[in-house]
Design a protein around this ligand. Sequence first.
Ligand SMILES: Cc1cc2nc3c(=O)[nH]c(=O)nc-3n(C[C@H](O)[C@H](O)[C@H](O)COP(=O)(O)OP(=O)(O)OC[C@H]3O[C@@H](n4cnc5c(N)ncnc54)[C@H](O)[C@@H]3O)c2cc1C
Length: 393
Amino acid sequence: MKVAVIGGGASGLAAAITAREGGHDVTLFERQARVGRKLMATGNGRCNLTNLGASVDNYHGADAAFVAAALSEFTVSDTLAWFSRLGLVSEPDPEGRVYPFSDQAGSVLDVLRFRCDAIGVRTETGTEIKEIRRKSGCFAVNGEQYDCIIIACGGRAGEHLGGTGLGYDLLRSLGHRITPLTPGLVRLKTAEEITRMLKGVRAKACVRLLRRGRLVCEKSGEVQFSDGGVSGIVVMDMSSLARDGDALSLDLLPPVNAEKLQKILAARASSTPSESAENLLAGVLHSRLGKAVIKRCGLDFGAKLAGLGEKDIEKVAKTVKDFALTITGRAGFPEAQVTCGGADTAEFKPFSLESRLVPGLYACGEVLDVDGDCGGYNLQWAWSSGRLAGCLR
Ligand SMILES: Cc1cc2nc3c(=O)[nH]c(=O)nc-3n(C[C@H](O)[C@H](O)[C@H](O)COP(=O)(O)OP(=O)(O)OC[C@H]3O[C@@H](n4cnc5c(N)ncnc54)[C@H](O)[C@@H]3O)c2cc1C
């Protein structure tokens, strides 16, 4: 069969290779000058290509269970074996996040590109597909007829890397419904000025998301402060749940409870009485974070530790254990790593990813209403869904 794959990102490359290996005549269309531009930026340029613990629970969407079929047809082990066959050496970190051994996203893209070239996938870069017309059971794309189409256009996240809404437009034009689109895995904006002095600081914290005082979710991990907000894996994982006006409570010292911390700080004050208050948390927290806590407590930076009262120390300990921030919004699609929402999965068959509305039309990757947690899960979805769609069942 003649097959057009629209989108040369992670899922499109996987689909094109699979379809070509299945003996089909495959053309891969990519609007940007090169394939895999977003892939090159993943994992801070290291490409966190999968996660050893990936399961249905790591995915979200109107019907999160939709991913189960693709993940079972093309598992994490299958993915690792596939990449190994393509010549990629990879290794997991202690949290199960898998990276190429080279620590270069380019290694992942290279092995995919080389395979496409070796098996004869025709790649047309710089070609944006704006229209797909159906003609007596076939599809007209870019002036040619195709038996099957695989939409692998990705989503709107990472706009500077080529994220667009074009895939949604193409699917809409063929009668598919698109669920509301919002940026996911993104920095949260916060109201407090204090984050200014913390720009670039990373801290291990237990983060609680609260709505009108009630716990929405809680996660532990690294938090990164920015000018006017917070990010880091834990925060980004919560970002799709967060609403304006919600609160974040950061426990900046999870292994030590407030009582014990108070004792540590009282001992510091009495053993170094002439040290200044700004250094009360030296040795406990990142130095800038320690100073920010002291500032929040309204203590005079230059005051001697000897002059601090029990109440001051209690306040500092409490602030370390509950560093509160007010959410004012999420950063937008340019900063987002994934799109929440997309083509309604109820209109696709889970074991083939073929449209229930248009025979011969398939979709894979982020264009579908599937988004994963931070940690390699989104690329795993791209590989699993791309490989499945490429089978053209
Ligand atoms: C900064 C950043 C870091 C990330 N890091 C990770 C990570 O480490 N691990 C992880 O699992 N996930 C990560 N992600 C998410 C992951 O990159 C995406 O979920 C994944 O790339 C989606 O694959 P896809 O094939 O669906 O879409 P994409 O990779 O976005 O590919 C879609 C391609 O289609 C092309 N296209 C679109 N419309 C058309 C058209 N009409 N005609 C022709 N071509 C078209 C686009 O130019 C693009 O190249 C990251 C995302 C970002 C933005």
